[in-house]
Design a binder for this molecule. Sequence first.
Ligand code: NAD
Length: 521
Amino acid sequence: VPMKLSALMGVSLKLGRFYSSNAAPTTKLFINGKMVESQTKDWIDLHNPATNEVVTRVPKSTKKEMEDAVESAKEAFKSWSKTSIITRQQIMFKYQNIIKANMKELAENITTEQGKTLADAEGDVLRGLQVVEHACGMPSQLLGETLPGVAKDLDIVSYRVPLGVTASITPFNFPAMVPLWAIPMAITCGNTHVIKPSERDPGACMMLVEMLQEAGCPPGVVNVIHGAHDAVDFICDHPAIRAISFVGSDTAGQYIYERGAKNGKRVQSNMGAKNHGVIVADANKSNTLNQLVGAAFGAAGQRCMALSTAVFVGEAKEWMPELKARAEQLKVNAGHVPGTDLGPVISPQSKKRIEELIQSGVDEGAELLLDGRNLKVPGYEKGNFVGPTILTNVKPSMRCYREEIFGPVLVCLYASTLDEAIDIINNNPYGNGTAIFTNNGATARKFVHEIDCGQVGVNVPIPVPLPMFSFTGSRGSFRGDTHFYGKQGVHFYTQVKTVTQLWRDTDVTHSQAAVSMPVMR
Ligand code: NAD
């Protein structure tokens, strides 16, 4: 029977927090299996997006603390890389149970720090949990290759071996899922790990690493440091860190990819997006509009796979009034209020930016079909709320089309043919995801094969692959060559060692040394 973490540990679920009398609680570091209070003088206030009250203060770790975290991961690697794969698997089985048992507490933390609704926060945890479940099968995923008798009495075998200390740098929008894209994969492959979660909502990550320890993961295998730019530079520059998994914005992602690569590290960098949904009039109208509205406005549009752009082909243009009617029905409120469809956006700055982008659309000639600005939520007047917004008649030259808005704003374009819709999407620099809504198999097939995006949905609005596959965003949405989780995740977190071996009963005695290149015939 899965036990609640609070019962297992006999402590409050305000994990990683330290309360002092007159200041907001602080978020701790996690180094060598211990929650550590930072000695820094530099703190970042974390606000609840629904109220803008300070929830916790997040430290900008000192250099020494970050060094300690890497040192602890380096030391732990010596024994962790030698633990049996079966032992690592057993830890994952237990981890899965503990996460499930604490799902509600994790979701509450996410809603408080990030703002999304409780149901959506559980989805955040669940999509990460699926990677833990996938990592339970690591023994078979780590199988190498063998070829006996390559030459006379000569066999070749390759092993997938861990890299050493690995790291991840994660965004605010999925505070549980994205850390869980990296941690289970990295450690079941035999690596140790240092994670720098988003300074805007590190609470779920703190809970997750404590749960991992409870599941039997030894101290030092996973460590957490906090901070912003300095912590990122530290990770990119530290010689002991072999690989970096990054998820976040373009600016940070390109910077980390370049700086990490320059220092000889393997980097996978998942970045921004502008995902288009293509609506063909032969689709099931009701389902399509519901899926579109859910995927555009869910999580207040703060998903890298949100369908933030809709291309209506031909007569599907007539569906706009019904699209608006469905969007208007959504309830905007604090994430923990029952019945809420979308919560606040992450910060006042983000709200301001979203509202400016809406205005830029109006100024450049788009039609504002639904305006979610100036929304007041009773009881949460200080929250960062933006209601569902629809801009129509948008052109690819407009700023609201070119930039990732990352808010509850759906920009709509019209195309006369499917070819025109495909051209629009293929000319957009991003390649994270796209979806088509149609009941015609030939239309769907043409779209799937001609579209240049890494993740394609057919009547599926948010085609985030399950972890037996990989998260395969492409073009401007990704830097690197091996993706997160799935087979590619295993490749990212391992290197191949190939052993060529010759064993003979009776050795052939050579009269002199062979100096030309052995051809192994
Ligand atoms: P962000 O880039 O601001 O932050 C991500 C991480 O990078 C944080 O840990 C942050 O501390 C660090 N960081 C921020 N700015 C930096 C800089 N200039 N230099 C170095 N490091 C920096 O991203 P965010 O706002 O937290 O997340 C939203 C973004 O993430 C969106 O663009 C979204 O599309 C993207 N995202 C992409 C995926 C994907 O899989 N492609 C998934 C989730 C989110």
